[in-house]
Design a protein around this ligand. Structure first.
Ligand code: AKG
Ligand code: FE2
Length: 215
């Protein structure tokens, strides 16, 4: 299927995603979560890792809770004008089926030994102090797509404690989940913890979609 054939919409259709080749759906009544191994090639992962290494800065969080160790990783805002990054973005949008206009620019995340992102949701708390700052224009986050770019030697799994699921990093493996139950209702079962890397370095990319076009 070429990109022009994709029926882009403002929200993803889980049944349409489930019909993609090689997609696994994690069995859960609480959470719509898909896994697709080898979504990106080793070459695509290496190219992204090089860019993340070159452009990283300390990661930040919304609604700071006083725990300075809550998110200790580094983040890189990947350049959507870079044709290599744009091609990956197009692949992610072709997987989600969500109108690319609703996508935030892709970010890279890098975790060294001991670094983590404690249990959090990717949607912003509508009652949080930072909600207007992050969501006034584009609304809240709807879907999360993330891809592991490598497997660290030890640690670095992503744990979803509310559904008792832990996903191990593997080069090129994609995760996709719906942050909403329905428009305006966010799913607390999306809670997830990027667990500490114990040996090596972990790299991922994250792609978030919004309720309204990104701007
Ligand atoms: O690195 C991971 O395993 C998860 C990353 C994550 O949850 C995030 O960046 O919001
Ligand atoms: Fe997250």
């Amino acid at each position: 299927m070429s990109v022009t054939d994709i029926p882009f919409a403002t929200d993803a259709d889980p049944e349409w995603i489930a019909a993609h080749p090689r997609v696994q759906r994690v069995p859960s009544r609480e959470l719509t979560l898909f896994i697709r191994r080898d979504f990106l090639s080793a070459e695509e992962c290496t190219g992204l890792i090089e860019r993340i290494e070159a452009g990283r800065r300390p990661s930040t969080i919304a609604d700071a809770n006083g725990d300075y160790a809550f998110r200790t990783s580094e983040t890189c805002d990947l350049d959507g004008e870079d044709p290599f990054v744009a091609a990956i973005d197009a692949k992610l949008c072709a997987f989600s089926g969500i109108d690319p206009a609703h996508g935030e620019p892709i970010q890279g995340q890098r975790y060294a030994v001991g670094q983590e992102f404690k249990a959090h949701t990717d949607y912003f708390d509508p009652n949080g102090v930072d909600y207007a700052r992050f969501c006034a224009t584009s609304g809240n986050r709807t879907w999360t797509l993330m891809v592991y770019l490598n497997a660290p030697k030890a640690g670095g799994a992503t744990r979803f404690p509310k559904i008792g699921k832990t996903v191990q990093p593997e080069t090129g493996k994609l995760l996709a989940w719906n942050n909403r139950i329905e428009p305006g209702r966010y799913n607390a079962a999306t809670l997830h913890h990027a667990m500490k890397v114990r040996s090596g370095v972990k790299h991922v990319i994250t792609k978030w979609y919004r309720e309204r076009p990104w701007g």
